[in-house]
Design a binder for this molecule. Structure first.
Ligand code: GLN
Length: 187
């Protein structure tokens, strides 16, 4: 059984845990350094990236997670989690800075804070429901990064080797295909 950690400092933690368990994985809440031991992968959920960064500092998790990412450990950042992974952020200091993408926060305007669309993602499948909540987007990707989905001319899902990042919340729908795709990284 795959043991996948879910960073559990803030945000949509429970929904990721439920989805991972429904896929037959063991989901481990990561709140301190020792929780990172013996995991096959890690999910960084959506929420609020500035708050998460403060908590990552407080619980001394930033460096250990960065080290694991550099060692090739599979990680999936959704929404605020994508912001944490990005090498560079527009107008903000970066956090883990491990995924070779530039990300802009709050990209979809004030009046449309939240919406759902269906995305056709060739690598994963057709009509995948994607919930965007004050969502970021990927402005540019480095060499070797695969762009997997776009919405409205903006990159919303990309893969940099073992690192996957998306603008939306795949865990807030019944459709588990995006999480399944991430789990398939772990052989
Ligand atoms: N706007 C949030 C941020 O900048 C991300 C929103 C989300 O994770 N749903 O951190």
């Amino acid at each position: 059984m795959k043991r996948i950690g879910v960073l559990a400092l803030q945000g949509a933690v429970r929904e990721h845990v439920q989805t991972l368990e429904s896929l037959g994985c063991e989901a481990v809440l990561v709140k301190q350094r020792s929780d990172l031991e013996k995991l096959d992968g890690l999910v960084l959920p959506g929420g609020e990236s500035t708050t998460m960064r403060k908590l990552l500092n407080r619980y001394e998790l930033l460096e250990p997670i960065r080290t694991l990412a550099k060692q090739g450990y599979p990680m999936f950042g959704t929404c605020a989690g994508l912001i944490l992974l990005a090498k560079d952020l527009v107008d903000y200091e970066s956090h883990l800075a491990v995924m070779d993408v530039v990300v802009a926060r709050n990209s979809y305007g004030r009046q449309v804070d939240s919406f759902e669309v269906k995305l056709d993602i060739p690598e994963i499948g057709p009509a995948i429901p994607a919930v965007f909540i004050r969502a970021p987007h990927i402005v540019s990707v480095g060499e070797g990064v695969e762009v997997l989905a776009e919405h409205d001319g903006k990159i919303v899902l990309a893969k940099d080797g073992h690192l996957l990042g998306c603008s939306f919340h795949p865990e807030l729908t019944e459709d588990t295909r995006v999480l399944e795709y991430f789990v398939s990284f772990m052989v």
